[in-house]
Design a binder for this molecule. Structure first.
Ligand code: ADP
Ligand code: ZN
Length: 622
């Protein structure tokens, strides 16, 4: 373990293990088969990379996506770890070069796609190579119970026979018991060590709000993160295009991403985002798989996702570096309708029922006023060990439970009744709020006893309550025009036999957790170093986060070292990066501090470092 720690320090510049990394690495060191389940950003890659460096021989890493392999190899090379990949993007000359490096024993890791690894030629070739172990990334792709089944992964079941003496280590972020079991069976793992981490992401701040002014609501999030990267998800291509162009006309650096774009265009837009030439990518869910960008500071869902799994995946792309990040979900009752339509159109009967159930769970997540972190980990069978997460709209007290929900709900449902259940939510809200609109007056609905009962309430709140009553099953939307209809439960409510829960958003306080990791950081210097990082990355043709993570830049802009020798004390700077970029970095800092008359060379110590990756281990499996 000591040698692992010194390898991690030397190559990656980290000084400790994250939860379960020690255990997972120890399995790889001792050749015991293993399955490690950690959430996105939990640090799975290091679990096989560090042992691969420590052990003799070369590890084979199975990875599903060609783009991801290149990024991983680039990042390893920047850390001074010899690694390579083989896939269809290489010329035959390049493939031969890799083969020669393998034969000469120069590589610590070789990345390959599953279909290539199981080819007889490859197996014969590797038979003569000293293999340390086999690591399988995104191992859930082997299971058709998961959300991302890939048939080519199935063929990995032949690995055990092809390499009987080599241990296999599987990694995934997908947690269900069923998928886990499938992985161990399909891969023929022998008495595997099974390690399941906490699914909570304490550095993510979750908020859920009803959609009333979508662009305004998106801007509120984006404006909290000037110059930083974020993703905005929409359901349809048309909404992606419209949202992107509106944001662009407002001066934001943004591009769209969806499956309807020409492949070249799509790739260019994705790269512009990864290389930080733009800040915001507006996308359908087609965007994200294989995106390893560690410093996405916010993910906004401009429309509701289709399931909690999807939400966890998509929002999970924020804050992989462990620094604080924001996940904002903006929903409307209409989104449920959109999904129902899409599901009914596309799924076969077997999947339809499951998809509709998943949708219903997603909807109740939106309407509930239970801590978001608690709800998310509960979905994966875990329990949060604290009462107040301090990082969601509920725990931050941004949602108010109304004191007398029954009377309020009765007013709304009686109005639906008196309007003969022939109108939608928008119209119902007009009547309740006493609107003088032509339609209401022509219908004579200004004479209804419910007319103007909620005159003092905002349209946003009234529409929100109607959505909540639909989600709680007291009203139902029906037909093409989404007419509101009263359910049996709604009738009971009118009699006072059931009580709903109704909430209203409160004015927002700044979350404490959202700012403390900037403590002591000079923002100007941070921007300056960010520019430096972009320049170095462009020169080398790699993504900026491969050069330095945001955490490293923040530490540099906090402690402002001007002496190369102390750089090893900075998070994320190991021997290789010190040698390559050390002088550039300290000169840049010295110049800046001189020009801005800013104090440099503050003592680097944990006490001054409020920003260590906070990953509390205070969560347990149910
Ligand atoms: P995953 O594959 O589980 O989604 P990654 O392997 O991409 O997660 O790791 C997420 C981030 O955490 C990366 O930026 C990685 O360098 C960093 N990281 C991993 N292990 C450690 C550690 N022990 N100390 C500090 N940072 C770490
Ligand atoms: Zn909470």
């Amino acid at each position: 373990m000591d040698s692992l720690l010194s390898v991690i320090q030397k190559h990656w510049g980290y000084d400790s293990f994250r939860p379960l990394q020690r255990e997972a690495m120890s399995a790889a060191m001792t050749s015991r088969d293993s399955l490690t389940v950690l959430p996105t950003g939990g640090g799975k890659s290091l679990c096989y990379q560090a042992p691969a460096v420590c052990r003799n021989g070369m590890a084979v890493v199975v990875s599903p996506l060609i783009a991801l392999m290149k990024d991983q190899v680039d990042a390893l090379t920047e850390c001074g770890v010899p690694a390579a990949f083989v896939n269809s993007s290489l010329t035959s000359q390049q493939r031969m070069d890799v083969a020669n490096r393998v034969r000469r024993g120069e590589l610590k890791m070789l990345f390959a796609a599953p279909e290539r690894l199981v080819q007889q030629r490859m197996i014969d070739f590797l038979a003569d190579v000293d293999l340390s172990f086999i690591a399988i990334d995104e191992a859930h792709c082997i299971s058709n119970w998961g959300h991302d089944f890939r048939p080519e992964y199935r063929r990995l079941s032949s690995l055990r026979q092809a390499f009987p003496d080599v241990s296999i280590h599987a990694f995934t972020a997908t947690a269900t018991e069923r998928v886990r079991q499938d992985i161990t069976e399909q891969l023929n793992l022998t008495a595997p060590e099974i390690l399941v981490g906490s699914f909570d992401r304490p550095n993510l701040l979750y908020r859920v709000e009803r959609r009333h002014d979508v662009i305004g609501q998106i801007r509120e999030v984006v404006d909290r993160h000037p110059n930083e990267s974020g993703i905005v998800y929409c359901i349809s291509r048309a909404n992606v295009e419209e949202t992107a162009s509106t944001l662009k006309s407002l001066g934001y650096k943004t591009l769209p991403y969806h499956a309807g774009l020409e492949p070249d265009q799509r790739k260019a837009n994705q790269e512009a985002f990864i290389d930080e030439k733009i800040n915001i990518i507006v996308a359908t869910v087609a965007f994200g798989m294989g995106i390893d960008k560690s410093n996405v500071r916010y993910v906004v869902h401009a429309e509701m996702p289709r399931s909690i799994e999807a939400y966890q995946q998509e929002s999970g792309r924020a804050g992989r570096d462990g620094l604080e990040a924001e996940c904002s979900l903006i929903y409307s009752g209409r989104d449920t309708h959109t999904w129902e339509f899409l599901i009914n159109q596309s799924e076969n009967d077997d999947n339809r029922e499951a998809s509709l159930q998943a949708l219903e769970k997603m909807e109740s997540f939106c309407f509930s006023s239970v801590c978001r972190h608690t709800q998310l980990v509960a979905h994966f069978g875990q329990q949060l060990e604290k009462d107040n997460c301090g990082a969601c709209d509920v725990c931050l007290n941004e949602i108010e439970n109304l004191p007398d929900p029954l009377v309020l709900a009765q007013k709304i449902i009686s109005s639906v009744y008196r309007q003969e259940q022939r109108y939608g939510a928008e119209y119902t809200s007009l009547v309740l709020r006493g609107s003088k609109s032509k339609k209401v007056l022509t219908n004579g609905h200004d004479r209804l006893s419910t007319y103007g009962l909620l005159r003092k309430e905002s349209e946003r709140d009234v529409r929100g309550w109607i959505d909540q009553l639909v989600a709680q099953g007291m009203l139902k939307r029906s037909g093409e025009y989404s007419v509101l209809v009263i359910t049996d439960e709604g009738l009971q409510l009118l009699k006072g036999d059931v009580t709903p829960q109704l909430t209203r958003p409160k004015t927002r306080q700044q979350a404490a957790s959202a700012t403390h990791k900037w403590e002591g950081v000079d923002r100007g210097l941070f921007e300056n170093l960010r520019q430096m990082r972009m320049d170095i990355a462009a020169e080398r043709g790699v993504p900026p986060y491969v050069i330095f993570g945001d955490m490293t830049l923040r530490e540099l802009a906090r402690f402002r070292p001007t002496d190369v020798d102390v750089l090893l004390g900075i998070y994320g700077i190991g021997q290789q990066k010190l040698e390559e970029f050390g002088t550039t970095v300290v000169e840049r800092i010295a110049d800046y501090c001189l020009a801005e008359e800013l104090e440099s060379d503050l003592p680097i110590s944990d006490a001054n470092r409020s920003a260590k990756t906070a990953r509390s281990g205070s969560y347990r499996q149910k």
